[in-house]
Design a binder for this molecule. Sequence first.
Ligand code: HEM
Ligand code: HEM
Length: 179
Amino acid sequence: MNAMVRPRYAPALRRLHWLMALLLLVTYVLIEQRGLFPRGSAGRAAMMQGHFWGGIALFVLAWWRLASRKRNGAPPITPPLGWFSATVAKTVHVLLYAFFIVMPVLGIMTAWSDDKQVLVPFTSIALPALLPADKALAHSLEDLHGAIGTAFYWVIGLHILAALWHHRIRRDDTLKRML
Ligand code: HEM
Ligand code: HEM
């Protein structure tokens, strides 16, 4: 096939894929490194709010991306995948999209039930909490939010390894379609 017409994901989908991967990295780093600042410090609060808004932005972008994906579809892979690889790939992609929706919802529910304010960036105005403070609920939600966050290091790792496997070992155009 002529390289000029090789099928790729729609430009919006490619941009959103890499933008969201970067934003997810920042969202993870902000929460995992929050221990750099002591509890109650301005630095710690900024990292927490950054984590909140990184997650909220991912939630919004995920819906935009899903709508664009529905409109544009995905380009074919050459040579085509077997039934098994295609099913594993599809399952992982559905899980990743679900992650972008479920994690922010659990996160904001954790914040509200833990009586933590989600502030409009660069202001001291808090979003109205839609859940009452409830420490027991907050602990359960935080455990679940954290456990899914940790489990997805593996899913995301698998996704990245698969992309490299396609490119370097199987030598198909899976990765090029996303560049
Ligand atoms: C895709 C989006 C998100 C990811 C991947 C994510 C991931 C994580 C991870 C890995 C932790 C650390 C758990 C631990 O150290 O045990 C965490 C904690 C937390 N996250 Fe998120 N999160 C996301 C979105 C959000 C959002 C949107 C909010 C709130 C608006 C939020 C609020 C929280 C809270 C309150 C904690 C507990 C932090 C603490 O008490 O020190 N998260 N998150
Ligand atoms: C170095 C990092 C990454 C590489 C090399 C990479 C590579 C790719 C490639 C090649 C595809 C196309 C797969 C196909 O059509 O079968 C893809 C799709 C996808 N990637 Fe990534 N990715 C990376 C990071 C991430 C991260 C961090 C996430 C989210 C957690 C993510 C979420 C997705 C999703 C949801 C799709 C499905 C797109 C669709 O069909 O609508 N990727 N990625």
